[in-house]
Design a protein around this ligand. Sequence first.
Ligand code: ADP
Ligand code: ASP
Ligand code: MG
Length: 466
Amino acid sequence: MKFGGTSIADGVKIRHVAELLKSYHETGNEITAVTSALGGVTDGLLENAIEASKKGKVSQVKEFVTDLTKKHYDAVNEAIDDEKIIDEVIEMIDNRIDELEKALIGICYLGELTPRSIDYISSYGERLAVPIIYGAIKSAGVKSKAFTGGEVGIITTQEYGNASPLEKSYQLVKERLSPLLCDHIPVITGFIAESDEGIITTLGRGGSDFSASIIGAAIDADEIWLWKEVHGIMTTDPRNVPEASPIPQISYIEAMELSYFGAKVLHPRSIEPAIKHGIPVRVKNTFDPDYPGTLIVADQRPSEDIVKAVTLIKKVALINISGAGMVGTIGIAARVFTTLADEGVNIIMISQASSEANMSIVVDEEHLETAVTAIKSEFTKGLVRDVTYDRNICVVAVVGAGMDGIPGVAGRVFNALGNAKINVIMISQGSSQHNISFVVREYDSIQSVRILHDEFELEKRKGDIS
Ligand code: ADP
Ligand code: ASP
Ligand code: MG
């Protein structure tokens, strides 16, 4: 069971989480808990602490550390009753805060910040959260043990900020956790792991979902549960469309497509270990535990819903590559892709018209400059005349396995947008036919999502929660 940042935002919520874990434990379940950082802490470490230390602002760093300490002390006092456990947990927190402060001040004086040190600093969110959950479980009367991802055996590549687990992790985690499960609820930091050399790595933002899935697969869990603040995976982001409704059941592939295409509810890689080991994943609401949530499974339950969900990717940019010299010249696309891959640019969408005189690519906005520079320097000999770009766009995707083989879905999508006078800039359909994605102007993006949510009648159905 993984608990997200909102689920453990403060001591009262952590107490609730401990009670929830206890109740499942007492009804005969063996449970491993995986946790995020307290809500907002990772953002704070990355945006405030690291920024201040980069600029050498020691007093700002100290202020940040004081606030962070208070936040965690308050949580300890609200979540834990037993005085002895409070002392034990406070000592663990003091040690970690001390290490964190030293590292931040070190950066202030060195004036140097590497991807490795960013991972190290951002790991403290989870490393401060775990002792509190551990203490709350113990204080509720159940045995517990606290681990970091590395301590429990998640060993990764050294791609800081986006590391991948090595295969041996599965065996290590199984050996270390299985003996505890009969009478303990172990608590493990999500998001963070270690390289072979014992250096802290992270699995990418939102990575505690991925950690939970790796751990669930390693111990051959019956199910992997991801506890969040929403009633499951919804038909679209409820922040954009209040009528969004929870999806009771969805396939692994659909859930992956949704997360790749911007549904921030799941880390994009969190389904991989579950698929490989055939373990069902459930997304549930911490604050309404009796609600069934969303079940993610291999088999696609026959459903009348052609479209399951609509998603939106923001902070992307469109690159257009054009030139008459591209027509009929073999290998242009290959050169573009290789060049971008060498620069570490992730391509979200591509499209090439049959005239071949131009090619469009969507990339993350943060990669735009690197991508444009790389393409320009790859094609200096006149094959490519122009490389232009546009930052003010978004990608919208319509996802559902039910689209496969059903004619007319694209027609409905683009008709609905056309009727609303929304201009579609670029279109792409995955060959799996599980999604249709397209590019619109940023100012049309939320309206596009609303129109399609309406077109495919995804709004709250009778009997759904409010
Ligand atoms: P966690 O607590 O595990 O970190 P997140 O905050 O990552 O959970 O995910 C929940 C958030 O994802 C919600 O607040 C919601 O606004 C957003 N979200 C975006 N798309 C969807 C979707 N399709 N279904 C559910 N939530 C979504
Ligand atoms: N705390 C990390 C983040 O905010 C990981 C997670 O919450 O899943 O990205
Ligand atoms: Mg998350």
